[in-house]
Design a protein around this ligand. Structure first.
Ligand code: CTP
Ligand code: MG
Length: 228
């Protein structure tokens, strides 16, 4: 049986949040945001270990209590882009797993991942040859902007999905694909797509939101408070 590991890139600065410090440390119910993201994997019996990638200059991590997370390893190998941070993490964790083991890459900025969604992803992807991701079918009518505040055209939404995380791929395949794709891809699936694979789409939930702007933080707080 293949093992499963979580990898959380957390070396970003949170520029769009504009909080003055990295958003993964913003408070939600008395814990830093990344604590909640990690807790989902700590609690799941199907996850053998979890790895976090921090920036080498991160001065925040050590201020918090991580003692409840006995599956956790921390690497200060963050890169200039998300893809580079993930690639550095895959290299750092390589001693602990085999090429066919699963890696679930998850944004530190998605603190509301439920056990049900994690179960669903693992259940639908575990037997897949390639791997897959949580994603949402696009529900809104899509507009392409002509300039900042005017519509140029409506974009057909049929077949469009919004990608989330976790994104679940085998360690060896993901590492090779990211090395080939370069540092600009914004998710793991893109790297696999560029290598000619068609990752599986697993329908997710809007509750698994990414905290990007200040308004997202309040929503994440409400969702976590409701599920606590
Ligand atoms: N990330 C990373 N290394 C980078 C950039 C991003 O590990 N060089 C991580 C972030 O910490 C986050 C995830 O990738 O957990 C998703 O990125 P995003 O939401 O864009 O976070 P930031 O890059 O921090 O935010 P912004 O783009 O607004 O600066
Ligand atoms: Mg970013």
């Amino acid at each position: 049986m293949m093992k499963r590991f979580a990898l959380l890139p957390a070396a970003g600065v949170g520029a769009r949040m504009g909080a003055g410090h990295p958003k993964q440390y913003l408070d939600i119910l008395g814990r830093p945001m990344i604590w909640h993201a990690l807790d989902a994997f700590q609690r799941h019996a199907g996850i053998a270990g979890m790895h976090v990638v921090l920036s080498a200059e991160d001065g925040w991590w050590n201020a918090y209590d991580w003692s409840g997370f006995d599956k956790l390893k921390v690497w200060r190998v963050g890169g200039a882009s998300r893809a580079q941070s993930v690639l550095n993490g895959l290299a750092a964790m390589a001693d602990e797993l085999s090429a066919d083991d699963w890696v679930l890459v998850h944004d530190a900025a998605r603190p509301c991942l439920s056990q049900d969604l994690l179960d669903k992803l693992i259940g639908e992807v575990d037997d897949d040859a390639v791997g897959g991701i949580l994603a949402m079918p696009v529900a809104d009518t899509l507009k392409r902007a002509a300039d900042a505040a005017r519509i140029a055209e409506t974009v057909p939404r049929a077949g469009l999905w919004a990608a989330q995380t976790p994104q679940m791929f085998r360690h060896g395949l993901l590492r090779a694909a990211l090395e080939r794709a370069g540092p600009e891809v914004t998710d793991e699936a893109s790297a696999l797509e560029l290598a000619g694979y068609a990752p599986r789409l697993v329908e997710s939930d809007t509750a698994n939101l990414k905290v990007t702007y200040p308004r997202d933080l309040e929503l994440a707080r409400l969702l976590l408070a409701a599920s606590a």
